[in-house]
Structures are given as C-alpha cells and as structure tokens.
Design a protein around this ligand. Sequence first.
Ligand code: PLP
Length: 408
Amino acid sequence: MRPDTRWRDTRARSRPNRSATRFAPKKHLLCLRFQTMSATSLRPVPRPAVQAIEAYVPGKSAAPGVAKIWKLSSNETPLGPSPKAVEAFRGVAGELELYPDGAATRLRAAIGKRYGLDPARIVCGNGSDDLLHLLAAAYVGEGDEGIFTTHGFLVYRIAILAAGGVPVVVPEKNYTADVDAILAAVTPRTRIVYLANPNNPTGTYLPFEEVKRLHAGLPGHVLLVIDGAYAEYVRRNDYSAGLELVSTNENVVMTRTFSKIYGLANLRLGWCYAPADVCDALHRIRGPFNVNGPALEAGIAALEDADHVEKAAEHNDKWLAWLTKEISALGVEVTPSVGNFLLIHFPQEKGRTAKEADAFLTARGLILRNVASYGLPDAIRMTVGPEEANRLVVQALAEFLGKAGARG
Ligand SMILES: *Cc1c(COP(=O)(O)O)cnc(C)c1O
C-alpha cells in the first residue's frame, strides 16, 4: 500500500468525527493543524493535550545525608508482602525468557475465587494505573469530558488529558467527594467519572448509599469508575467497594490493586471488575502481555495468604487511630481517614507551615508526601508506618510545633 493512500484513508474516516466536535470552532482546528504541520518539518511534536499534562511526581524516597530513612510517602505497607508471594516471585526467576500468560487466566481465577466474582469479568493491568488509563483511552474521545474531584487522585487528570478529553474538576465538601456537585457537572459530553473510594490523599470516603445515589443520577452512557485501591483497609459498616453496583449495571467499573495492602507495588499489578462490554473494550486496547509473570505468580500467592492481609489491616487500625489522636493533640488538624495514610494540615504562620514541617521531618529521615500538586499546599500526607517510624514522626512534630516539653 502506498503511504499517501493510507494517509488519505485515515483522513476521510476521521472527518465526520471532527465536524461533530461541538466545542471546537473551525478556526481553532485550522490553527492546531497549521501548528502541527509547520512543527513536523522541524521535529515530532506531541499532541497539544499531551503537552498540557503535568507529569505525575511520585513521593520522595530519599533524604540526602540522613543515615536512616523512613519512607512514609507512597502508602506502601510497613509489613511488606506475604512471604508466600516473595517465594512465588522467586520461583519464576528461571523462566524470564518466556512470555507470561497474556490472559492472566490463573490470577483471574484466583481473584474470582477470593471475591466471589466471574473471572471473565476481571481484567488485569500493569498496576491499576494501567487500567485507569485504558478506561479513558476506551471511552473518552477528543473533546469529551471526564469528571473527578478537587483533591482526587492525579492519575485521573493525566488519563483524561492523554485520551484527548477535557478534565472537569468538581469541588468537594470537607475534603470529601460531593455527589450533588458531581451530578451537577455532568453534561452531554461527559463520558467518565472517576471516584477514589476512599480517596487519596484525603483518606475520606463516601458511604455506599451515596455511591449508589451518584450512580443513580448518572446518565447510562457515563462510565462510573470506582477506584478501590484502599478498600481492604476500610473498617466501616456503611462502606462497600462497589462489587454489587458493577454486577447489576452496564456502566460501573471497580479497580483494585496489589500495590497497597498486598505490598506488591514494585511488581505493578492491578485488576478491575467490569461489565462484559467494558472488559471487551479493555482487552482490545491493552498491551497483550501487560502483566508480567512474576507479578502473576506473586499475586496468586498473595491472595491465598489471607492472614497476612488481616495482620496488615490490624496494624493499620491500631496505628491510624494512634497517629490521628497524637497528632491532633499537637494542635494541628488531621482529616479523619479510613485508609492507610493521613492528611495533616498546618497553619500558614511562618515557622509552622507544611513546607517547613516537611523539611524538618525530611532532615530527620522521615519522608512524608508533599501534596501541593493535589491543591493542598498547607498539608502533608503521612503513610501509617511501622511502630518506630510512627513514634518518631509524632516526636518530631511535637518538637517542630514547640510542644515537646508541654506533653511530658
Ligand atoms: C496507590 C493508588 C492506586 C494504585 O496504583 P497502582 O498503579 O495499582 O500501583 C490507585 N488509585 C489510588 C487512589 C491510589 O492511591
């Protein structure tokens, strides 16, 4: 096939879509087109939407010159993975030349068994980030709108922009997603709503009744993505990760991860439970081997070690409550969290700001997460760590806030 023929074919096919782009006036399109064409003569230029993305900046992992580091910046579990998962991971070391099972058949069966789900409606990903991106790629087109909330997980914005969509950011109430505000933001262009429940970095959650009310108010063509990255940590009777909503509707997806309570962040393993049509769309566009073999084996073994997960949840219950109480007692505000992290708010007063607190803690090897990029310049997020680290943070904060002597 001659290259110019192929080019003409593509162009003819994409024309009807272009005229359907309601919010983009013709002049704008011409201008973009001119930019692209003139730029291609110099060097390849990414689409404008890609250039509008601010790359995700992960939590810090180093403090120069400090001997002992406590990394409390990425919500990793202090208990590490199940030893059985580590053993399964090692078991694959002799087979690195082989492609993994691209269908993740045994892992999907294991997830299905553990959660009582149909494996055919589970899709695995290279971390749940992979799935969050694939969902936008499949459902959000040029100029379509994707909704998330003010302090929602940053990957949603990146996924929507990368797909060519328009991010619509909805205000929260008390650092919590606001169902009425989300519903009010829906337009005929809305294609996807991302809701982390519980949310990172705030640690707040919506009771299941509220999630159901959100879903009930969405038009059928809007996909509701419930990100349950921290679901295993939540101990609330009115919470649900949302399995039931996915089972009974065509437009709800739940994403989950092995990065948090399962302690396998380094392997990049996530999954989603979705309606059959959504699974079909994801399978069409995902990488054919998007989950690696060591991750598959470690994931299967991790699911079998329910005791390890329970231990991690118990550790979190104890220390989340302790940290919330102790840090609040120092006179700073802590947003009540149901996850494995907490958001600490600092005053704007010089000498006591979040930025200064962060520097003070980092100098002591206590690495927390600066959340300015989440629209929270006056807060820092702390992952619940091992006992020793938790105690060190409270001591350091007491010193920083000048309360060390006062508490005896
Ligand atoms: C950590 C996190 C994830 C998990 O990402 P992975 O790609 O699975 O490691 C997803 N959503 C939220 C809100 C998170 O905080």
